[in-house]
Design a protein around this ligand. Structure first.
Ligand code: GDP
Length: 452
């Protein structure tokens, strides 16, 4: 248990209807009693009951408030926790926080409340991380996945794998300790395939792309020559006038973006400036950004105008995105197709499943495009593991298991395999925090916000 008492604003700073100040630690209730004057006759704080009154500092009422005391161990941190609800004004919050610090509390570091919940054994590390995931969720799938993890989904998966591993390790230890009774070959014949199975199970839970889509959404970039219809397509997908649509080539000078949600997954759409060698500085800056965005996106929609014969400019873009995940959009299907377009297309040999013909203006074919975007995002919210940190560890553990199995199959000494198996067990423990170092906790909680 920590001996210090920490405090912080738990709501976002700035003006708001309410602000919540949270205090946790052995001095929490004492600090509240120094600053809070109840409005009614009751002066004792009943556990987990709201109480109305005023915060009074040096004899001066600062604000009216509602406050609640949650006594250890039935609280977020398992310590005594106090929450004070006041009006969400900067001055009010600053005065109260200062007074709380003057009464002996320390300013909480980012994620320190949740870190205490972990250190006091209320939640494991994967659950602590789920709190942050839930707060930052930008889509329903991400929020659902975070909640599942918070309720112990990842913990159960890892505990299960650890249990299987421990039982396999017991078999290895028995073969090492009782060589007269247990034939090594026999033990290896049974244990090595199970180790490989467990290794595969861990690898199957690792979908880093899915984790990124869940965390940040699917990043889609619309590229193509000026006037191909990129802004029109973005607008049509966003169903609002975000980008400026004009018929003067090169008018979308900067990236314009927006996002939509499909089945609980966020899809970010970015319209880029036309990639062209421009002499104009503003447009050049736009072109530089467009190239950046094109490279880093998960999916590129290259828009081509079927009413025109593609030229070197189109081909330069085609080359720029070659080898990446692309969808080629043949736009302006409401207009007659230029004969040169069909000829050009024949030469390109683009696989049919990456091409779509539509009209951004009339909307024909847009639903099919939406369905493609939805399919490209997948269903990462249903994955067993959802955080890249967990996947890195699970992959390393899977490698260690495979090494051990291979060493067994190559008749290397069992002691050697045991080293790899111990390593795998420890790596899995880093996911749940069974096995943790201060450095690991610092790394995990550094991503949290203050007050959480
Ligand atoms: P961008 O430079 O690639 O962003 O192109 P815009 O979206 O600004 O469109 C250029 C011109 O093509 C505008 O006049 C649009 O109205 C027109 N346009 C875009 N999509 C279509 C389409 O599907 N059909 C027709 N007929 N015109 C379109």
């Amino acid at each position: 248990m920590n001996t210090s008492t920490i405090a912080a604003l738990a709501t976002p700073p700035g003006k708001g209807g309410l602000a919540v100040i949270r205090i946790s630690g052995p001095q929490a209730v004492h600090i509240l009693s120094k600053l809070f004057v109840p409005a009614g006759k009751k002066t004792a704080f009943a556990d987990r009951s709201m109480m109305y009154g005023h915060i009074v500092i040096n004899g001066q009422p600062v604000d009216e408030c509602m406050t609640v005391v949650m006594r250890a161990p039935s609280s977020y941190t398992r310590e005594d926790v106090v929450e004070i609800q006041v009006h969400g004004g900067e001055q009010v919050v600053t005065s109260i926080l200062h007074a709380v610090f003057n009464c002996g509390a320390e300013a909480a570091k980012p994620g320190e409340f949740t870190r205490r919940a972990f250190e006091n054994g209320r939640i494991d590390l994967s659950q602590a991380e789920a709190v942050m995931q839930l707060i930052s969720a930008t889509g329903q799938q991400a929020a659902d996945a975070a909640l599942r993890q918070l309720q112990g989904g990842t913990l159960r998966f890892v505990k299960d794998a650890q249990k299987q591993l421990i039982s396999l390790m017991a078999g290895v230890t028995a073969a090492i300790d009782y060589p007269e009774e247990i034939e090594e070959d026999e033990a290896v014949g049974v244990i090595a395939p199970d180790l490989l199975k467990l290794s595969d199970k861990l690898l199957a839970a690792c979908d880093e792309r899915g984790a990124a889509v869940l965390e940040e959404g699917l990043r889609v970039v619309i590229c193509g020559k000026p006037n191909a219809g990129k802004s029109s397509l973005l607008n049509a997908l966003l169903m609002e006038e975000r980008a400026i649509v004009t018929d003067i080539p090169g008018t979308t000078r900067d990236t314009v973006e927006g996002s939509i949600q499909m089945d609980g997954i966020r899809i970010h759409l970015k319209d880029t400036a036309g990639i062209r060698d421009s002499k104009e500085t503003v447009e050049q800056i736009g072109v530089g950004r467009a190239r950046e965005a094109i490279k880093s996106a998960d999916l590129r929609l290259m828009v081509l105008d079927i009413g025109q014969e593609p030229d070197l400019e189109d081909e330069a873009i085609l080359q720029l995105i070659a080898g990446m995940d692309n969808l080629y959009i043949f736009n302006k299907s409401d207009l007659p197709e230029h004969p040169g377009f069909a000829n050009w297309l024949l030469k390109q040999q683009l696989p049919e499943h990456v091409t779509m013909t539509l009209s951004a203006q009339s909307g024909i074919g847009l639903d099919a495009l939406r369905a493609r975007l939805r399919a490209a995002a997948g269903n990462p919210g249903q994955n067993t593991l959802t955080l890249v940190r967990h996947m890195k560890l699970a992959r390393k553990a899977a490698e260690a298991l495979r090494r051990a199995a291979q060493a067994m199959q190559n008749s290397l000494p069992l002691d050697l395999c045991a080293v790899d198996l111990n390593e795998a067990l420890a790596l899995l423990g880093e996911i749940t925090g069974d096995n943790f170092s201060e450095a690991l906790l610092d790394e995990v909680f550094a991503t949290f916000c203050v007050g959480k």
